[in-house]
Ligand binder design. Structure first.
Ligand code: FAD
Length: 502
């Protein structure tokens, strides 16, 4: 986990100066959070290079972002107005199970659980008896997504996330961070200086000669991973045998219709396309395996299917799925793309950045201790592995066999943790949430059922209800969903009222 040099140097250095290298989403999220808490007591600097720029993608989030915003006292209206934000209630997976099939992984919970057994067991028995509709009928967020509706309700708290413009989000967080005392430095880092004995990073040298010294360094330099990889040489665990995609092309277009409150993920023969609707434009992209399709063909597939006028020329992104063996090494913590990347199918990177920041703040050291570093690395590794399994599930549990790509993913050997989970659900209809895991039971169930994994049986608790009671139980939930969704305005009407510029 660590070497002697790290251990020997760990207890000597008081943390007074924090230097954040990189100003993409990761850098500015880190700056906003750290300056909010420690702006008055620590010296915080962020270095970014306009010449290098940011990756320019990453515009779909998951509901946990609102927790981050609450910690930072961010006002939702201000945030949405500043980022051209729109609402996301889930993801529409199109052509994943079979071509022409669609399901939604929504953020809500479905039905009502009993402490001994989840709602899916009651639903399954109801289905057997001809009493239950589609599983989708029992979730408010899912139905609201399908009907393009949203509002903040008094009697029901919708679980939702956002679509946002990543560059506007960085600008928004920058204003906040600078207001809290973070110093922004424009410049290109050309050298990372280290202490010969401990291996600790001591300073970053900029192209124009300036040297920025620090005690704790946060590597947010994106895929370049200038500090954690190029300097400290922390290895990388490659997951490309489970996650084949290694390339993407992004393009922004004008909107041709009202924004839908969900991300679209449309499967291709060798990858998938995304559509992310903001207030003012649509983010589009294609993610693919360069081993299975050429860049030109992928680009044509993208450009041939987007609606609206192109606002910014398409740009390519290459990536490698996997994780840094240690996100924290010496006095350097890697956040964002410098630390790990599980491809964007479930929009989890911004969440993982947020987790990296909150773990860091909760274990913020007076001086670095190896025990603290090891704990941080263990927690981040666990979180990443859960997310990885969830994303791999979408590829493996499919009936598609129409290309070498789908042939491979449907028959690949799975991580044991995921294989056991699928087997358990198939045999018993049960999912157990692992403590600390991002995706709750409802997400696993929606995606497994959406991808065609159906349970062979249900929990015996569901048989303890009489047929009449079961019918009433299911009907009451469905009526509640219908009544709630009927009362909602359209997503666009909500945006126009909530963010008047929309
Ligand atoms: P970057 O945006 O690349 O920022 C790196 C920063 O480091 C820049 O400011 C750059 O100028 C600076 N820098 C680099 N080298 C130097 C240097 N030498 N000197 C000075 N500065 C330097 N995440 C989601 O949560 N949702 C999504 O929908 C989503 N979609 C994605 C789609 C694709 C195709 C990809 C590849 C990723 C997606 N992600 C998504 C991940 C998302 O892009 C990242 O979460 C987010 O952009 C954070 O990136 P970053 O800040 O780590 O890196």
């Amino acid at each position: 986990m660590h070497n002697d040099a790290e251990r020997g140097a760990s207890a000597t250095r008081p943390i007074k100066r924090v230097v954040i290298a990189g100003g993409g989403t990761a850098g500015w999220m880190a700056a906003a959070a750290i300056s909010k808490i420690f702006g008055a007591t620590l010296q915080i600097s962020l270095i970014e290079s306009e010449e290098i720029g940011t990756v320019g993608v990453g515009e779909a989030t998951i509901p946990t972002l609102s927790t981050f915003h609450r910690l930072l006292d961010i006002d939702e209206r201000e945030f949405m107005a500043a980022t051209q934000g729109a609402i996301k209630l889930g993801i529409s997976f199109e052509n994943w199970t079979t071509e022409q099939h669609r399901y939604i992984h929504s953020f809500g919970s479905t039905g009502k659980d009993h402490w001994s057994a989840g709602f899916q067991h009651f639903w399954r028995r109801g289905r057997e008896l001809g009493l239950a509709g589609s599983y989708d009928d029992y979730c408010v967020e899912l139905q609201a997504a399908l009907q393009g509706k949203f509002a903040h309700l008094k009697n029901y708290r919708m679980n939702y996330a956002y679509h946002l413009d990543a560059s506007l989000y960085a600008r928004f967080l920058r204003t906040m961070s600078e207001g809290n005392g973070c110093r922004r430095i424009e410049g290109k880092i050309v050298e990372v200086l280290t202490d010969a004995d401990s291996g600790y990073i001591t300073a970053l040298r900029l192209e124009r000669g300036e040297v920025i010294e620090g005690d704790l360094f946060i590597d947010c330099t994106g895929f370049r991973a200038l500090l954690i990889d190029k300097t400290l040489g922390v290895g990388f665990e490659d997951w490309s045998h489970w996650l084949l995609n290694d390339s993407a092309i992004a393009v922004q277009t004008t909107s041709v219709c009202d924004p839908v409150p969900y991300t679209r993920a449309i499967a291709e023969q060798w990858g998938w396309q995304w559509r992310i609707a903001l207030q003012h434009r649509v983010g589009n992209g294609i993610v693919y395996s360069s081993r299975h399709v050429g860049d030109d063909e992928a680009k044509q597939a993208l450009l041939g299917s987007v609606d609206g006028e192109i606002l910014k020329n398409p740009w390519p992104v290459r990536f490698r799925p996997g994780r840094r063996l240690r996100c924290w090494s010496h006095n350097c913590i890697a956040l964002g793309l410098a630390g790990s990347f599980i491809e964007p199918l479930e929009s989890t990177t911004i969440h993982l950045i947020q987790r990296g920041i909150t773990h860091l703040i909760r274990s913020f050291p007076q001086v670095i201790s190896q025990a603290g570093v090891d704990e941080y690395n263990t927690q981040m590794a666990d979180e990443l592995q859960h997310v990885r399994d969830f994303v791999v599930l979408h590829y493996h549990a499919t009936q598609r066999r129409d290309s070498p790509y789908w042939e491979y993913v449907s028959s690949m050997t799975l991580p044991d943790t995921l294989r056991r989970r699928i087997e358990l659900f198939r045999e018993t209809g049960t999912v157990f949430h692992v403590p600390g895991e991002l995706f709750a039971e409802n997400s696993w169930i929606q995606v497994m059922m959406g991808q065609g994994v159906t349970p062979k049986t249900h929990h015996p608790t569901a048989d303890t209800m009489s047929e009449a009671d079961l019918r009433r139980f299911l009907d009451d939930i469905r009526n509640h969903v219908d009544t709630t969704v009927r009362a909602l305005p359209s997503h666009q009407a909500y945006l126009s009222q909530y963010c008047p510029s929309a």
